[in-house]
Write a protein that binds this ligand. Structure first.
Ligand SMILES: Nc1nc2c(ncn2[C@@H]2O[C@H](COP(=O)(O)OP(=O)(O)OP(=O)(O)O)[C@@H](O)[C@H]2O)c(=O)[nH]1
Length: 450
């Protein structure tokens, strides 16, 4: 960023240079108004800082003369003054200064210049869906966006825009829409379509453009979900600043979502196998089982343990053991339904919670898994597993309720929860191991094996 300072005080200019020495800012300077104006005839800095007393003129006169230079009309002009009286400040704003800084308040000046620098060096690329029915306005605005390197898709109606949003694979960074459009869908209609659309489009920032600069309409448009509003005819810098703010805001939100997702993954996903970990299981299994039991749905807890895994590790090495763990996880995934929970409980032990299958179906699923593990032989290594099941199936649940009723008890009186199912499945697993491994055992809670 280039900063131009006009101040007669050599030492003050040096202090500013020192203050901004850590920023990526080139500073040029002049010590009086005429030298400053002469310099600015051939240079276009990113911002101009002017002291009030310039020796040969004051800052108001300086600014008046500077206004003749149209190429600087969009350049921010800052007044550096020691005069903090409200009247003086008002005069300075009336004269056209963008912002006023108290000379001794270096931190505030530094923050303002830092923001300006971030913005000036912001080289964002963007895909824009631009909806405007008047060709001349569309040409002018498209040119503004294309001149900063944005890719603009221009259409004239809300219907065309909706179709493109539906079909496009790569999402747009922003939708810029006029309120009056060709066809039946208005700009506000399009905003509603986007905000109430599918999850791929409903968060796209929207900049609404209108020929009517009327407050009620602005508020109405913002309430419908536009991120900002700009009235025609607009200034190029104003338009781009609003569009960039919307795009950057969306990017910041997306980054936050990605960070949350990464945190979730770290906390709940087993890094070796990519399936849920014990933390996730402890958090959600109880809720899932409780809700299944409350609705009298069947629920099964499957506990799978690789047989003599320690020997495999010892003989084939830890990395080979890891491959077996990954193979078992993918077999479990391939045999699961979307609402099952699959987790690596720890070491070579896996848990699957299955909803609403009867005993026979659960046994068949477990048997398939056992067989596939035995046949997989990753890296040519034979491995088997033992599976313990605790099945609380629907029919049994009803029998249980009847049984409890006959002894004057209700289902709430018995502890049928995650811990109980886990314990029962663990008994089954123990039974499977004891009976020689590579087999499935079931414990139906009403007829425990132990
Ligand atoms: N490769 C690998 N091994 C692991 C990992 N986590 C735990 N283990 C090993 O898994 C083995 C688990 O063995 P155990 O469950 O005690 O017993 P086992 O050899 O499987 O015998 P049974 O269960 O009685 O059939 C231990 O040797 C652990 O060191 C891991 O992430 N990768």
């Amino acid at each position: 960023m280039n900063l131009f300072i006009v101040d007669p005080s050599n030492s003050y200019r040096n202090v500013i240079k020192l203050t901004l020495s850590n920023e990526d800012t080139q500073i040029t300077e002049a010590s009086n108004g005429n030298d400053g104006l002469a310099h600015l005839k051939n240079h276009k800095p990113s911002a101009i800082c002017v002291a009030h007393e310039l020796g040969d003129m004051d800052s108001f006169k300086f600014l008046k003369k500077l206004k003749l230079n149209k190429s600087l009309s969009n350049t921010p002009k800052f007044l550096l003054t020691s005069n903090s009286s409200p009247d003086f400040k008002r005069q300075a704003y009336d004269a056209g200064f963008t912002e006023i800084f108290i000379k001794s308040d270096f931190p505030t000046l530094k923050r303002a210049l830092h923001s300006l620098m971030v913005y000036a060096t912001l080289n964002i690329s963007a895909r824009v869906l631009y909806v405007e029915d008047t060709q001349s306005t569309a040409d002018f605005t498209s040119h503004i966006m294309q001149s900063v390197g944005w890719k603009v898709k221009h259409v004239k109606s809300g219907e065309e825009a909706a179709k493109i949003l539906d079909n496009t694979k790569k999402p747009f960074d922003i939708v810029v829409t006029d309120l009056v459009l060709e066809g039946e869908v208005s700009g506000i209609g399009l905003i509603n379509l986007i905000r109430q659309g599918n999850e791929r489009i409903r968060d796209i920032p929207i900049l609404a453009v209108s020929g009517w600069n009327d407050l009620l309409r602005q508020v109405y448009v913002l309430k419908h979900g536009a991120g900002d509003f700009i009235a025609k005819p607009f200034n190029e810098t104003d338009f781009l600043a609003r569009a960039i703010n919307l795009i950057m805001g969306k990017r910041a939100r997306d980054e936050l979502i990605n960070q949350q997702e990464a945190l979730y993954q770290k906390a709940n996903i087993d890094s070796l196998t990519g399936i849920n970990n014990r933390h996730f299981l402890d958090e959600y299994a109880e809720k899932l089982i409780k809700s299944a039991l409350a609705k009298n749905e069947g629920v099964t807890l499957m506990l799978l343990d690789i047989d003599q895994f320690k020997d495999i590790n010892d003989m084939m090495g830890h990395p080979a053991g890891d491959t077996i763990l990954k193979t078992v996880a993918s077999i479990l995934k391939n045999n699961s339904h979307s609402n099952d929970i699959i987790a690596r409980y720890g070491g070579d032990e896996f848990v699957v919670i299955i909803k609403d299958l009867n005993q026979q179906e659960v046994l068949e699923r477990a048997e398939t898994i056992r067989q596939q593990v035995a046949e997989a032989e990753p890296l040519g290594i034979a491995a088997t597993c033992s599976i313990g099941l605790a099945c609380h199936d629907k029919k049994i649940a009803l029998q249980l309720v009847e049984l409890l009723a006959s002894i004057d008890q209700s289902p709430e009186d018995i502890e049928l929860n995650y811990q109980a199912l886990f314990k029962a499945a663990d008994h089954s697993l123990y039974a499977a191991k004891k009976a020689g491994r590579n087999r499935v055992c079931m414990n139906n809670l009403l007829n425990p094996t132990q």
